[in-house]
Design a protein around this ligand. Structure first.
Ligand code: SF4
Length: 244
């Protein structure tokens, strides 16, 4: 898939969604028990509207067309529930990708959530998202009102320039994840921002804290830790993204 930096993330999301969604099914490459959050049933999907320099799923997200294993919401939920049953987990997530690229992938996600919460009503699903599409289409947020859905929005920068450098998407789109967070809080939903701490100075993190305040976002900022796989270090070098 040809990609020139910086790109329009909306155009990219549309193209990628066409590649990773087919008749309500989505492209996944793995289901696993992961140690994060104390143990979580995890589905690894493919396809993102961004292409972050530090993404651990960089090459799959760069070129999703190489993959062809599509799963229905029933298959995804059933795989996750089996893992949870075997490992006595109460937490679920989809990762490695952007779960919400557009309306088709959102509908797929909602079906997965419905089945999981029907089968395990007291479990928690952690939605890891870059927040872009939810900020662009805030009218869709109400579709995600589930009692035990927690939404973690990974912010890619502290301003337009750092967002563009890290996410690869044009800086003018920086605001959308913040708009999503604001709306989620206004709807009374559990949501919080996260940021890759290693890429920013203390002053830049303070600057982001102030910006979150200006948007009226009260949730605590989670600090992510960079996983320095050799290909991540190499990609960051190529994209001129530095550890600070
Ligand atoms: S938003 Fe997440 S999945 Fe998408 S490219 Fe960035 S790190 Fe990877």
């Amino acid at each position: 898939m040809n990609l020139n930096f910086p790109f329009d993330p909306l155009e990219r999301a549309e193209k990628v969604e066409r590649l990773v969604m087919k008749d309500g099914k989505r492209l996944y490459y793995r289901f696993r028990a992961a140690p994060y959050y104390g143990g979580i049933a995890t589905a690894d999907a493919i396809g993102c509207s961004f292409l972050c320099a530090y993404c651990w799923n960089y090459f799959r997200n760069l070129n999703p067309a190489r993959f062809n294993k599509f799963y229905s919401p029933q298959q995804v939920a059933s795989n996750l529930l089996n893992i949870a049953r075997k490992r006595s987990f109460n937490l679920f997530r989809i990762t490695g990708s952007e779960p919400i690229l557009g309306e088709a992938s959102l509908e797929h996600l909602i079906e997965v959530l419905k089945i999981i919460f029907q089968e395990k009503p007291h479990s928690v699903f952690i939605l890891e998202t870059n927040g872009f599409f939810l900020g662009y289409r805030v009218d869709l947020i109400k579709k995600l009102i589930f009692k035990n859905l927690w939404i973690r929005i990974s912010l890619k920068g502290v301003d337009e320039n750092s967002f563009e450098l890290v996410a690869g998407a044009r800086g003018e789109f920086f605001q959308y994840p913040l708009i999503a967070l604001k709306e989620l809080e206004q709807q009374g939903m559990k949501a919080w921002p996260a940021v890759m701490r290693d890429l920013f100075t203390d002053e830049e993190i303070d600057q982001l804290g102030k910006l979150l305040g200006e948007y009226g976002i009260g949730a605590r900022l989670e600090e992510e830790i960079l996983e320095e796989y050799p290909f991540v270090t190499e990609n960051m070098k190529k994209r001129n993204v530095k550890i600070k």
